[in-house]
Design a protein around this ligand. Sequence first.
Ligand code: ADP
Length: 684
Amino acid sequence: MSADQSKSTLLPSNPEALLAHYQQMMELAGDVIYTTNAEGFCVYVNPSVKQVLGYTPEQMIGMHFSDLVHPDSRQQVVEFYRRQFSRLTSQSIYEFPVVTRAGETRSFEQVVTLIVEQGQAVGFHAHLRDMSQHKQIQDNLVETVDSLLMVVERANVALFVARDETITYANSALEVLAGYGENELSGKPLLDLVHPDDHQHMQKSLANPGLPGKPIKIVRLDGEERWIDLATNSTTFESQPAIIGTCYDITARIRAEADRKAYVDRLEIIRRVDAELTQRLEFNYVLEIALKAAVELTVADAGALHLAEKEGLWVAQVIGKYPKSVLGSRWPKDRGITGRVYRTQKAEIVMDVREDPDYVPNVSNTLAQMTVPLIAHNRLIGILNVQTAEPCLFSEQKFEFLMLLSARIASALENARLYSDTQAHLVEVEKLYQQVSALEQMKTQMIRVAAHDLRNPLGVISGYLQMLHWDLDATLNERSREHLHIIQQSAERIDKITRDILTLEKMEANQGLPNEQMDLSEIVTASYEEFRSQASEKSLDYQLNIAPGSILAQGDRNLLAETVGNLISNAIKYTPEKGQVKVLLKTEGKQIVFEVEDTGYGIPQEQQGNLFKPFQRVILKETRAIKGTGLGLHLVKSIVERHQGQMHFSSTYGKGSVFGFELPLAATPSVKARSRKNGVGAAR
Ligand code: ADP
């Protein structure tokens, strides 16, 4: 078969133009196209051969096609085509290695169409396509997809591809996250992984790819809940639109946040309880608030607060399911977990009370119990316990918080107890004070009435005594005269007592005290003289020492005279015969100093404390016979203080005493003022 022959056979007999076009196509094709005769020698080769194999068409014409085949495969290739020829297989595709003119071996795919004439194969058309590049691309592609898949598989981020809310692909990170085995997620509805609360949320995320969403709670195959941050994006998977989702496991973060929030919430409860407890101090209120807070904090079903006493515990407050009937009852020290904590003073959390041999059931269905001692200032105040039927609600963390809260409760209870004790004492003291005041008032009233009412009969007695004295003086014997004298002395004493009482009363009522200026030297001298006879009766060395000039004081002349007289009279009274009494008046700066010094019996140290209180008398065998009321010094002190002065005294038992006072010196009217008063100033 010649090349021309085959060419003419192949081409359609009709239009010329089509032939030309066809020829042109072959000329321009990037692949090698050639035609052989029946023996396999090339009769036509298109120009691309130069580009593809390095041969010119001319060089190729007359070449056997198998010369192109790599020697190792040549035999096999020739055999293949021989079979095609003999079987008259009209078309075949076969791939074999071809050696180019430059000696390079490349893989080619050859499409062969047999040229058959009258039932005989007379040659073939071959279309030779370089597969090496294609293969390379394909190999590369496979490799790229593999490594991409590997990246996706190994990624820590869980990934899924979903279509119509059904998982079409899930990487192993997602399988691990959701607790599924290899390839178990494919084909599963996505919502199967999501907590029902978040179904809507998940659907929203899938429907709005690219939009940020909230964390989603998923439920693992084993039931554990986890949280993911989900980002969705539109993609194409296996040539169809799909959603790709990346899930970041944020469980740790969410749990940490929840823990932090719970921590803050509990601190807030403690702060509120603290504020509440410090505001109110009523013991029962503190008990109620404290237990309520403990139960609220631990989400317990029941709680009880036992208070400690010397004999043991008693149930002071109960809440929730705790039976109210036990309220106020005693709780033996050796009873239940509460008793144990009382003995050890150590807080306990028991997660299954059924396994605790000490547990005494008093709240039905209780499974877990937290029991905490309430200790303030190292003293056990009571025991607090909370109970629950759901042990999962109790945790170490809550236990710690309960202990924290208990410390506050303990000190609040202690404060409330102190407060109520103080209140109780206060009420008692107030009651006593009122009783004493009432008595005091009654006494004062009685004394005043008595003193006042005694004045008149006393005056009558004194008057008639005087008359008796005059009438009977000549006829009386010594004994009767003595009796009359004693009656007179007693009447004088009663007179002194009633006067003192009335003076005191007048001062206490703070009424009618004149405020005049007086020369104290005159008062002291007069008083000194008044007692001279008494002093000489006891043969005392009786002295007066007054600074020269007038010593002006401001106030009530009679009261100050009484003060001076009282102190001089005491000194004479409490100094034995032949002793010494010195009366002194002087000024020191702006102060008047008055003192009476004696060498009398003195007062023992231990009896000096209450000397100026009313009705106080020093008890001494030496002075037992000396009459007195115990009112004098009290009166003196009251008068001195009313005149802005101060008492002073010192005394040594067996040696003598000094009693005195300081008074402010009254300001003398200035020369200018006096002159103006006399009209001198007006003349100028
Ligand atoms: P009385 O009327 O008993 O003298 P006073 O109030 O004047 O009452 O004195 C109270 C007590 O103080 C007296 O009973 C006396 O024991 C003691 N006392 C007062 N002055 C002196 C003094 N100068 N020396 C010793 N004891 C004195």
